[in-house]
Design a protein around this ligand. Structure first.
Ligand SMILES: C[S@@+](CC[C@H](N)C(=O)[O-])C[C@H]1O[C@@H](n2cnc3c(N)ncnc32)[C@H](O)[C@@H]1O
Length: 346
């Protein structure tokens, strides 16, 4: 069962960070970010520490609000948020042409929501690579509960330098994860290395769109809020991602910002003007209730000191994401399928 009660939220807060150290971890995490005067180069140089602190601090909130899959999805009319999330995962399996028995890699797998869904949907074995120990411990429990612990596993590794041999996987995907990479060409090269020749890599990337103007102060503020609220060293343009795919050696099969096809805006669950009973915890009222609950839990000592500040930067993230989407300067679903050439000497 995913951890979704208030007590689960409180006990998981801080992940593998000792409870007494949560507040100093929050301090250090915030200081990495432009919003608090931090520099991009510093975030990139210390990406391991920055991203791991972020996921130790937020995973419990994510599980409480989103469930087991930590990503957005384009949504069609009449579809629930949960259904759209599953469809987004099935779409990846379809685009990769997954076949029963294949060995698949999920890069930056979170607690494994997509990995379990895709493995069961396509009858494949999926390995999740993740640098965050707390998320892997949660993922292992959830794999056992779902009965996929024979077919699927987790490997604790940095996706910039993975431990797998060359030409190992039949398919690789990444869902809203490689945006954490300090160097996207290096990250895609590593994915290229572990993928078998002739096989495909597909990803949903977080990107700034062509409408982003680096000289516009408001655009920069939104970008900084998204980076702070989501543990990102920088957010690349869609074109930079596509160039990186090619530089890594792949041939692009197709690429598109799927946000444009979403009948229901992907950011709607976070929009303050929206109300939904089925995703109540993500709404403005739901978030206010969570905020007060976390305050009370922190006050009575059930949640570590610093928990409210985590909730605060997550709130910043929600504001930045909604504003970025409304101004059409940001997307969390720039999608591409890329193939590793059959002959790598070509
Ligand atoms: C937004 S979460 C998405 C998780 C998952 N793909 C999902 O959709 O549920 C990003 C994930 O990338 C992982 N990650 C970030 N940087 C990483 C790195 N350098 N190496 C391995 N995993 C990393 C994080 O720990 C987290 O699990």
């Amino acid at each position: 069962m995913s951890k979704q009660s208030a007590l689960d939220l409180a006990t998981g807060l801080g992940g593998k960070i000792a409870k007494d150290d949560v507040i100093s971890a929050v301090d250090k995490y915030e200081k990495y970010h432009g919003y608090y005067g931090g520099e991009e180069e510093e975030r990139k140089a210390n990406y391991g520490d920055m991203v791991n602190k972020y996921y130790d601090l937020v995973t419990s909130f994510y599980e409480y609000g989103w469930g087991e899959s930590f990503h957005f999805a384009p949504r069609i009319k009449g579809e629930s948020l949960k259904e759209s999330i599953k469809r987004h995962e099935h779409f990846l399996a379809l685009q990769l042409g997954l076949k029963p028995g294949q060995k698949v890699l999920d890069v930056g797998c979170g607690i494994g929501g997509p990995l379990r869904e895709i493995a069961q949907f396509s009858l494949t074995s999926v390995t999740g690579v993740n640098n965050n120990e707390y998320q892997i411990s949660r993922g292992k429990v959830l794999n056992r509960v779902a009965g996929v612990d024979q077919a699927c596993d987790f490997v604790k590794a940095d996706f910039m330098k993975m431990t797998f041999p060359d030409n190992h996987f039949d398919a690789v995907y990444a869902i809203e994860a490689t945006c954490h990479a300090p160097d996207v060409v290096g990250c895609y090269k590593e994915i290229y290395r572990v993928l078998k020749p002739g096989q495909c890599f597909a990803a949903y990337e977080w990107c700034m769109t062509d409408s982003f103007d680096p000289n516009n102060q408001e655009h920069q503020k939104i970008k900084a809020e998204i980076e702070l609220g989501n543990g990102l060293p920088d957010i690349r343009l869609t074109g930079q991602c596509l160039d990186a795919v090619k530089k890594a050696g792949f041939e692009v099969v197709w690429a598109k910002d799927l946000a444009a096809d979403s009948h229901v805006p992907w950011y709607l669950p976070l929009d303050k003007s929206h109300f939904s009973l089925s995703s109540f915890r993500l709404t403005a009222v739901g978030r206010l209730i969570t905020k007060n609950m976390v305050k009370a839990l922190e006050y009575v000592g059930l949640a570590p000191k610093g928990s409210q500040r985590v909730q605060d930067f997550l709130e910043k993230a929600a504001e930045g994401l909604v504003e970025g989407a409304k101004k059409d300067i940001f997307t969390p679903m720039y999608f591409f399928v890329a193939q590793k050439p059959v002959s790598v000497d070509q």
